[in-house]
Design a binder for this molecule. Structure first.
Ligand code: MSP
Length: 511
C-alpha cells in the first residue's frame, strides 16, 4: 500500500495520576472509530495511544501513593491498557513515556533544537500550575488561580527556553495556508487570537524535581513534561530515524485528536517545536468538547466521575460506544445523563435498528425459505431507498474527514429510519398473500440496505455490526467498504435463523 493511503491518528497520552474516566474513554473511542473507518476504507492505519508518565503531577501522585514513581506508573498505565481492551479499541501501539525508545527520541529532538539554537539557557520566574503542568503569566491568573481554576505556585529556577517568540508569524502563516489544521472553527479562532496576542519564549526544562527525561549534557535539568509528552507522536513512528520505513510512511501525523483544554499545546507549541527542528507539523489537530454529568462539571472532589467500566457493564459495550458519539455534536460540550442514555439506546438501537433487522430477517426466514430473496423488477421506491444506502459511503467519508462523528451516525440513521418507513408502507406481511414476488423484492431490498448499513456501522459498533453481518451470512472477506459495491448477496444463499441484536433496556419511571 502506498504512502497516499497511510493514516496516522493519535489520542493524547493520558496522565497516570488518575483512574481512567469518561473523558479518556471519549477521546480514545473517537479515534478508534476513525481508525476503523480508515482501515475498512483500505487505508494503512497506525493508531497510537498511551500514557504520559513524567512530570511533577505524576511524581506527587506516586509520592502520595507511597510508591517509587516507575512502579506507580507501571501500575496505573496498565489501567489505561485495560480500558482500551474493555472498549474494544483497535490501537496499533501503546506508548509509555518512560520507555527507552521515547527517552532516546526526546533527547534527539532536544539536541536538534539546541544545534539549531532554538533552545537557550536562562532563568524562569513566574507562575506554574502542577495540575495543568503549565506556566501562566500574571495577567492570565483569575482570582489568584490558573484560568482553569487550578492552583498555581511561584517558581524561580534556572531553565532552558525555547524561542517560541520567534515562531508567531510562521505559525499564523501555517494556519492561514492550512485552513483544516485546527478544528472545529471555534478552536481555530481561539488559537489564532492567542498567537496574534504575541508569544513569549517557553520554559522547557525544570530543576526543582527529578521525575523526567534528563536534558542531554546538563542532567541537573529535566525536560518540561509537555515537550516530553508531545514528542511521543514522533517516537512511535521511529524518530530519530527519519529514514525508517515507519517514519517515511506515517509522518506527518494525519490527526491528533485532543480535548479542548489541550489545544494550545498541540496547535501552538507542538508545530513550533517541529518546525524549529526542521520536521513537518501534523496535518490536523481536532479538539472535542467536555462532558458534564447531569449538568455538573465532572471532578474527583465532587465525586461525580463517570466510570467507563460501569457504563459498559450496565448498558453494553457497543451501546456505550454508540451513545457517547451519538448524543453530542462532536466538538461541542455535552451533558451525560443515565435517562438520556437509556432512552437513546432504546429508541435508536432496540427500536429503529434492532427491530428493523429482526422484522426483515424473521420474514425472510419464514416466507422466503430462509434464503436471500431476489430483487425482481424494482419499483421507483425500491430504487430510491437503495440509492440512499449506496450514497452513504461518500457522505460518511466527508464526515469522518471533518471529525463530524455525530453526523456520521445521523446519516446512517436517516437511512435506517427511511427503511422503517418503507417496510411500513410496503407491508410485506400483507404482500405475502396478495403478491409474493413483490414481497420477496421488498424484503430483498431491505436485506441489501441492512447489509450496507451493517458494513458501515462497523467502525462505531464492531461487535453488533458483525452480528448483523453474520445474520446475513456476509463472508468475512466481504465486510470492507469496497464490498459495498462488489459483495451483493447472491439470491438463494441460505441465511441462519435470526436472533436479536440489541435488547431493550428497562426504563425506570421518571422521578
Ligand atoms: N497528558 C496530557 C496530554 C498529553 S498529549 C501529548 C493530558 N492528559 S489527561 O489525562 O489529563 O487528559 C486527557 C484527555 O482527557 C484530554 O484530551 C482531556 O480533554 C480529556 N478529558 C478530561 N476530562 C474530560 C471530560 N470531562 N470530558 C471530555 N474529555 C475530557 O492532558
Amino acid at each position: 500500500m502506498g504512502q497516499d493511503s497511510a493514516f496516522f491518528i493519535t489520542t493524547p497520552i493520558y496522565y497516570v495520576n488518575d483512574k481512567p474516566h469518561i473523558g479518556h474513554a471519549y477521546t480514545t473511542l473517537a479515534c478508534d472509530v476513525i481508525a476503523r473507518f480508515m482501515r475498512l476504507d483500505g487505508r494503512k492505519v497506525h493508531f497510537l495511544t498511551g500514557t504520559d508518565e513524567h512530570g511533577q503531577k505524576v511524581e506527587k501522585s506516586a509520592e502520595a501513593a507511597g510508591k517509587p514513581p516507575l512502579q506507580f506508573c507501571d501500575e496505573v498505565s496498565t489501567n489505561f491498557r485495560t480500558l482500551a481492551r474493555t472498549l474494544n479499541i483497535s490501537n496499533d501501539d501503546f506508548i509509555r513515556t518512560t520507555e527507552p525508545r521515547h527517552i532516546a527520541a526526546c533527547q534527539a529532538l532536544w539536541q536538534e533544537l539546541l544545534a539549531r539554537e532554538e533552545i537557550y539557557l536562562g532563568a524562569y520566574e513566574g507562575w506554574y500550575s502542577v495540575r495543568d503542568e503549565a506556566f501562566y503569566t500574571e495577567g492570565e491568573l483569575v482570582d489568584g488561580k490558573a484560568p482553569t481554576g487550578a492552583p498555581v505556585e511561584w517558581v524561580k529556577e534556572p531553565s532552558y527556553f525555547f524561542r517560541l517568540s520567534a515562531w508567531g508569524d510562521r505559525l499564523l502563516q501555517h494556519y492561514d495556508e492550512n485552513p483544516d489544521f485546527i478544528g472545529p472553527d471555534s478552536r481555530r479562532n481561539e488559537v489564532i487570537s492567542f498567537v496574534k496576542g504575541g508569544l513569549k519564549d517557553l520554559s522547557v526544562s525544570r530543576t526543582s524535581f527529578s521525575w523526567g527525561i534528563p536534558v542531554p549534557g546538563d542532567p541537573a535539568h529535566i525536560m518540561y513534561v509537555w515537550l516530553d509528552a508531545l514528542t511521543n507522536y514522533l517516537t512511535a513512528v521511529g524518530y530519530p530515524d527519519v529514514e525508517s520505513e515507519s517514519f517515511q510512511t506515517f509522518w506527518p501525523a494525519n490527526l491528533h485528536m485532543v480535548g479542548k483544554d489541550i489545544v494550545r499545546f498541540h496547535a501552538v507549541y507542538w508545530p513550533a517545536f517541529l518546525m524549529a527542528a526542521g520536521i513537518a507539523p501534523p496535518k490536523a489537530v481536532f479538539a472535542h468538547g467536555w462532558w458534564t454529568n447531569e449538568g455538573q462539571k465532572i471532578s474527583k472532589s465532587l465525586g461525580n466521575v463517570i466510570d467507563p467500566y460501569a457504563l459498559v457493564e450496565n448498558y453494553g459495550l457497543d451501546q456505550t460506544r454508540f451513545f457517547l458519539l451519538r448524543e453530542v455534536p462532536f466538538g461541542q460540550d455535552g451533558d451525560f445523563s443515565h435517562r438520556t442514555m437509556l432512552l437513546r439506546i432504546n429508541a435508536d438501537l432496540a427500536n429503529n435498528l434492532g427491530n428493523l433487522v429482526q422484522r426483515v430477517l424473521t420474514q425472510v426466514q419464514k416466507n422466503c425459505g430462509a434464503a436471500v430473496p431476489a430483487i425482481q423488477s424494482p419499483s421507483g421506491e425500491d430504487q430510491v431507498l437503495l440509492a440512499q444506502a449506496y450514497a452513504l459511503l461518500p457522505a460518511l467519508r466527508e464526515h469522518i474527514a471533518k471529525s463530524e462523528l455525530h453526523q456520521f451516525l445521523n446519516r446512517l440513521w436517516d437511512v435506517i429510519n427511511e427503511a422503517n418507513r418503507y417496510i411500513d408502507r410496503e407491508a410485506p406481511w400483507t404482500l405475502k398473500k396478495t403478491d409474493p414476488p413483490r414481497m420477496a423484492t421488498v424484503l430483498a431490498v431491505l436485506v441489501e440496505v441492512i447489509r450496507v448499513v451493517g458494513i458501515l456501522l462497523q467502525p462505531v459498533m464492531p461487535d453488533s455490526a458483525a452480528k448483523i453481518l453474520d445474520l446475513l451470512a456476509v463472508p468475512n472477506g466481504d465486510r470492507g467498504f469496497s464490498a459495498i459495491e462488489t459483495g451483493i448477496l447472491a439470491a438463494g444463499a441460505p441465511l441462519p435463523p435470526p436472533s436479536g441484536v440489541f435488547p431493550r433496556l428497562p426504563v425506570p419511571e421518571a422521578p
